[in-house]
Design a protein around this ligand. Structure first.
Ligand code: UDP
Length: 330
């Protein structure tokens, strides 16, 4: 029986495919390649298509014995979602509705879901616990939360078992440098900083320096993409072993400001990396730091790359060797 990975050509999806293959799993990847890269998929069967296309989904489920789904495919930019909410409802909520309908038709009742810290919105306390209130400040967070809730109701009604993994800030690249982060256009902090180091951009724009934090810039909890990948495998195992639906935060439990990330990248790369203060980005909370104790206790998850310098080093290794991302890759 295979594990279906939707969005398996994307950043976190492709790293998870490697983890699953290393664990000896049979993998099937679906990706529409709108933001994903075929070259990032290290193995398994590949289907190009869209989750909103029900006949396509039906074919994938008909042609394969699927045991469980790991669901990454989604639109995932906070700022963009505030400017353009409707595609988020379509690509996230409607697509997941189709996926779950098809799963249930084929009696597939295990799903590991790529959720996000953006489900919390502006937190009331730090570190954030899973039972804290969820008040998303963007359509991205709102649609991810709605999907989590849809899975929960589907558990009650149909016995669909889900593990939702609320990631904080995914960062870094595979330590072998085989794959890494490549968005076009790039909007994430660490890759943009590294593009400045590579001379591809003049400066890093710091989105707001008037937040209520020590240096005025937003604080985030950066977590290595391979640690996230490993958590998906552990979540799948937990569904196989005890079959209980659950929600887990995934972060390192340490916060770094935008300015601290830039400074660490200067040390790692040896480049000066000029910065310029820019306006705040819509939908950004000031401070997001996870408590991942629940995942550590219940799943036995333990982040390996738990310092920012190592995370940035793996990212730098990828960007330096692949300055044009997958485009320039042989
Ligand atoms: N950020 C920034 N300049 C950029 C990109 C991001 O100052 O060019 C900030 C952003 O406001 C946020 C943090 O860096 O506080 C992380 O943003 P990113 O887009 O990497 O991840 P997100 O938090 O949206 O998942």
């Amino acid at each position: 029986m295979a594990i279906l990975v939707t969005g398996g050509a994307g950043y976190i999806g492709s790293h998870t495919v490697i983890e699953l293959l290393n664990q000896g799993e049979e993998v099937i990847v679906i990706d529409n390649l709108k933001t994903g890269h075929k070259q990032a998929v290290a193995g398994g069967a590949f289907y190009e298509g869209n989750l909103r296309d029900t006949s396509f989904l039906e074919r994938v489920f008909r042609e394969n014995g699927i045991e469980a789904v790991i669901h990454f495919a989604a639109s995932s930019l906070v700022g963009e979602s505030v400017q353009q909410p409707l595609p988020y409802y379509e690509n996230n909520l409607m697509a997941s509705h189709n996926l779950v309908s098809t799963m249930l038709e084929h009696n597939v009742k295990k799903i590991v879901f790529s959720s996000t810290a953006a489900t919390y919105g502006e937190p009331k306390q730090i570190p954030i616990l899973e039972e804290d209130s969820t008040n998303p400040t963007s359509p991205y967070g709102e649609t991810k939360l709605a999907m989590e809730k849809m899975f929960r109701w589907c558990d009650q009604a149909y016995g669909l078992k889900s593990v939702s993994l609320r990631y904080f800030n995914a960062a870094g690249a595979h330590p072998d440098g085989m794959i890494g982060e490549d968005h076009n256009p790039e909007s994430h902090l660490i890759p943009i900083i590294l593009q400045v180091a590579l001379g591809q951009r003049e400066a890093i724009g710091v989105f707001g320096d008037d937040y209520p934090t020590e240096d005025g810039t937003c604080i985030r909890d950066y977590i290595h993409v391979m640690d996230l990948a490993n958590a998906h495998w552990l979540a799948l195992k937990s569904l196989r072993e005890n079959g209980a639906s659950n929600v887990f935060n995934l972060g390192n439990g340490k916060g770094f400001s935008v300015k601290e990330v830039i400074e660490t990248a200067r040390n790692v790369t040896g480049h000066s990396i000029p910065e310029k203060i820019s306006p705040r980005r819509a939908g950004d909370p000031a401070l997001l730091i996870a408590s991942s104790e629940k995942a550590q206790t219940a799943l036995g998850w333990k982040p390996k790359y738990n310092d920012l310098r190592t995370i940035i080093e793996t990212a730098w290794n990828w960007h330096k060797e692949n300055p044009d991302g997958f485009l320039g890759k042989k």
